[in-house]
Design a protein around this ligand. Sequence first.
Ligand SMILES: [Zn+2]
Ligand SMILES: [Zn+2]
Length: 363
Amino acid sequence: MSTSKRVARPQVNTTGVITIAAVAILTVLCANYKGFDHKFTLVTPSYNPYRDFNVFINELVYKYLGVDSVATSVYGVGIVEILNKQLGVEGGYYMACYLRDLLAGTGVYWITAGIWHYIIYNVYGNDLFEERGRPRPDNSVMIDQMCLAQASLFVYAALPILSEFMIENNLTRTYYNISDIGGPLYYIIFLVIYIILVEFGIYWMHRTLHTNKFLYKYIHGLHHKYNMSKTAEDKSQNKRAEDMSLTPWASIAFNPLDGILQASPYTFFLLFVPVHYYTHVFLLFFSGVWATNIHDAVWGDSEPIMGAKYHTLHHTHYMYNYGQFFIYCDKIFGTLLVPDDYKLHDGTAYRTKFFGVDKTRTD
Ligand SMILES: [Zn+2]
Ligand SMILES: [Zn+2]
């Protein structure tokens, strides 16, 4: 509809583009210059702390989640022994890692979204909804999000297997001892560079998932079905962005391929940037926790962090705010839409856009 106000798109910031390019080039030069003694090779070194750590974590997860005791009571041996017997030592090991990632990912999703749910809808529910005249999301929406997220977790759990395989086989620049790269200062420098590049990678991956019509239609569009409000009251009322059906349960409710594509920069940039193994694993899981936060549709000032208000706006306006942790990529590449500037809460200017999915896609 022509009544909806069109949002002007900012210009690309050339200085920002040059800065990102400089960071990328410096990374490669720095990683080599520093004398980080890393030779890409397919040979598994005799000393492989990554695998030792993964084996340790597998044992821990299976023991404390009771998987081993169930397997032992039924088959007389633990789950790892069963897998090794069925799939061989290597196949059994990677299957054990996959199942561990699946269990861990499932745990992180349900616990994080569950806590968020309790805080938003129970502890602060009255303040955030009834007092503002804002309808609560329908239970059916949340159940839909839970089902999609849990189904996709079966595929998401495969990505860490790929990165673990590459790391264990010395195909990345991941390191295990901080002394390998020259001490804590270099740990911090490379970590900052890694986060900058991962943010850059996720920004462009997410943006491509929108601008490429095929990718949007068959892969990313599924996540955007949660733009639509489904509460009974909303069907007959004025609609506002904050009334959408975004909930913490939508955090990883994607087409599984979508989730893997958007997380792939975490693995890809290990090829160029030395990153401590634990830090890489932590960041992978933390991104899942973060996704819960930005989908809760609870607004707060968070700049330069890409908080929920920015991501809520992404769900209503599509071609803006693609970033994950920070707003700088959107600022640099001309897609930042600042919520306060557009008076989103007044609920009138963009009403047609909120629900005109196809119309907004043609922006
Ligand atoms: Zn999107
Ligand atoms: Zn989203």
